[in-house]
Design a protein around this ligand. Sequence first.
Ligand code: ADP
Length: 307
Amino acid sequence: MDERVRFIRKLTPALRIPPGRTVELGRDFDPASTDGSVSRSDASGLLDQGVELLTEYQDRLYAQASSGVLVVLQGPDASGKDSTIKHVMRGVNPQGVDVRSFGEPSAEELSHDYLWRCHRVVPQRGRIGVFNRSYYEEVLVVRIHPELLVPERLPELPKDESIWARRYREINDWERYLVENGIRVVKVFLNLSRREQAKRFLKRIDDPRKHWKFSAADLRDRRRWDDYQRVYSDMLSHTSTEWAPWHVVPADHKWFARLATAAVLAQTLVEIDPRYPEVEPATRKQMAKARSELVAEVGRSKAAAKG
Ligand code: ADP
């Protein structure tokens, strides 16, 4: 087996949350973990290999054009969502990838159901789509700030039903629909520690080139750290499914987060195993004819140039 694939197969299972498992982030996952088997000095070579593998498989995915891949990236502020995308996707052909970021919904988006803005940009077959934040914000930031539900103008809920349980069901159903229709869903949660977030915020405040990354809303959310950990845990417990499992990637060490995310995505592509399409015998015949014509033409022009 390809050495690169062997590495990926070894790294990814420990990151995946088995369906039905009740997760408590703080208890179950260490944001500073580096798997024990990879050292920082090996990481850059391994990431290069992972990126190379992604590039090869993406080319095949694009050529085959029968499956799409949707990568959903979630995580607290400063968990490295942007830079992970930058490093993991750096080798792939930009023609085959779309990256989308989801911030506060616009008035138009609010006048639709909450999955609408995401569904309209689900990748086509043959392409990889990356969601930098996603519909999962609807069970995260909206749960922490339930006043955000007001402009969504939802119908009244039966008294015995929780909006969050309902949304988990809707999201699971929607993802299942995507998978059944050839769009694989790869979910990565970048698990950052509170301490590391403080360090990264301080860097943003102290470096004028990073000021643009800082927003007061980040601090507002940081004050609700424990509440966020609870809603992340609940989301992971209820939306890790057979068809679209969550991966919890330790994010305190950026080098490891990039490597692990690349591995998770590569693992999916290896599973899809896209193949270059084989051409019909008639087309092959046409190609053979075209080849001899071209070879003859090149030969003639070489002879003309010589003499
Ligand atoms: P980032 O923090 O990812 O770099 P932004 O500065 O654009 O990007 O922040 C996006 C903000 O939009 C986040 O605070 C996020 O919680 C918020 N957001 C995303 N989706 C929703 C949603 N559906 N409803 C309300 N707020 C949302």
